[in-house]
Design a protein around this ligand. Structure first.
Ligand SMILES: C[S@@+](CC[C@H](N)C(=O)[O-])C[C@H]1O[C@@H](n2cnc3c(N)ncnc32)[C@H](O)[C@@H]1O
Length: 216
């Protein structure tokens, strides 16, 4: 997939219904447990005054929490535009609408289109993108201080589920695919001299990798 076809694939997969579901869930229950851990990791390293780049942020729940905790501003990058209305309402409700900008940019393809931020976040995103190396390389290159991402474990169960899901998509003529990428390769793509792995969480459904400066 490429360009507008790619966006159409993501819009079809992550449409208005999915967006409404995320917004409703966030209003009722706040962040999911994995996102909460990711925000705690970032908060432990200091978010006050920081700029946040959230890649594939959906309705923007994580950035809302970081802005509440003192981050200066957030940029949300998405391939789908179906979240924009719900995201705008949530941001207005939180009183931070003027501190968020939403852009449709694929950082892996257009790294030069976005400036560096202090913090870069990807929650439940790498498993929706075919080229994990390119995406995480671009993410790390844009992270001045902190990078955190979640991904599904690459165990036999997840690999089987991924294979069945992708077969289902193929049969239904849907171009979207999910991926159980190699965790070691993802971490290798994210490492930089100023970003070393200082946090790991291995949950049943989601693993988290947090990278910060070696001294932090
Ligand atoms: C499963 S949703 C997760 C949304 C949100 N992070 C959450 O956890 O609720 C994955 C999202 O990643 C987005 N995505 C995948 N690859 C992307 C990329 N290269 N750049 C921006 N967004 C991307 C998709 O459009 C989709 O909205």
């Amino acid at each position: 997939m490429g360009g507008c076809c790619e966006r159409a694939g993501y819009n079809r997969m992550f449409g208005a219904r999915f967006s409404r579901h995320l917004a409703r869930r966030y209003r009722r229950r706040g962040l999911d447990r994995t996102a909460t851990r990711m925000v705690e990791f970032l908060s432990d390293h200091g978010v006050a005054g920081a700029t946040v780049l959230e890649i594939g942020g959906g309705v923007g729940a994580i950035q809302l929490e970081l802005l509440r905790r003192g981050a200066a501003r957030a940029t949300n990058l998405e391939l789908a535009d179906s979240y924009d209305a719900d995201a705008a309402v949530l941001a207005a409700e939180a009183g931070v609408a003027d501190r968020i900008s939403r852009r449709q940019v694929d950082l892996a393809r257009s790294p030069e289109a976005v400036e560096q931020h202090d913090i870069v976040v990807l929650h439940r995103v790498v498993c929706c993108y075919p080229d994990h190396e390119k995406l995480l390389t671009a993410a790390a290159d844009h992270a001045a201080r902190l990078l955190v991402f979640s991904h599904p474990p690459r165990n036999p169960l997840v690999r089987s589920i991924t294979a069945v899901e992708n077969l289902w998509f193929r049969v239904r003529g849907i171009a979207f695919r999910t991926y159980a990428h190699d965790p070691a390769a993802m971490t290798a793509a994210a490492r930089r001299p100023h970003l070393v792995v200082t946090y790991r969480h291995r949950g049943m459904s989601w693993h988290i990798v947090g990278l910060s400066s070696p001294a932090a």
